[in-house]
Design a protein around this ligand. Sequence first.
Ligand code: PAF
Length: 286
Amino acid sequence: MKIFHTIKELRETLQPLRTQTIALVPTMGNLHNGHLDLVKKARANADIVVVSIFINPTQFGVGEDFDTYPRTLDADVEKLTSVNADYVFAPSVEEMYPILPTNVQVLSGDISKILCAKTRPTHFDGVGLVVSKLFNIVQPNIAIFGKKDYQQLAIIRQLVAELNFPIEIIGAEIVRADDGLALSSRNQYLTETERKHAPLLQKTLQNLANELKTANFADFDNIIAKTIDNLNSTNIDNVRFKVDYLEVFNQNLQPPKADDKGLVILTACYLGDKTRLLDNLEFTRN
Ligand code: PAF
């Protein structure tokens, strides 16, 4: 496996290989089994697998964890070797952004202003920008993103359609620990006690989905409000949950209508002082 730090070297290497199928797995490093699952999907669907590792400053807001986000390139490279990735693209901030702040933005739609964007208003602008740059640099045939970042995946699908990128986007299912917690680089911010109780979030989503499957659409708001209250008033071993949002949409992230069958519950929830967990659950109404 080869590692590139410059756009020029990566492009020169990929140029003669363009008759083959190239897959891109964009990451910010600090890889866990969820990322490795994306790489395995890429491996199964393409001849050449490129993994980018870039902690993208433009998607972090002021006071967020950009400076402290774990930087673990050597361990990441070892893990990527074990799943047979071909190339790692690990550019510096200067390589990716010769001009900061940038003069270009790519997103503007409603979908990048809801859910996570309410507390992270510039986050998806940064994601849209860096993903567009990576698509332009790598020019993959396919790109793989995890469904844990459901809103991100929906936004990238729109971006690809509206900017005419000839790239197939594959959404990979959430990878969970044995107790149900969705794998995330930020789980390592949890204390031992918080980690023990974190799976309550997924259990809550499962119970809510079971209730909504058969509930009257008119009762949705009350049922969801009750679930949020229950989570917010949970206090086990001094571990507290604080819901940032917990909402139901249809699977295209449009507000649900009474006759929609395929729905998704999306949540971001603080656990303790430091950690904001994301999770979601797709379900079908009876
Ligand atoms: O999901 C992530 O890790 C990041 O948002 C992405 C897609 C790599 C863009 O920086």
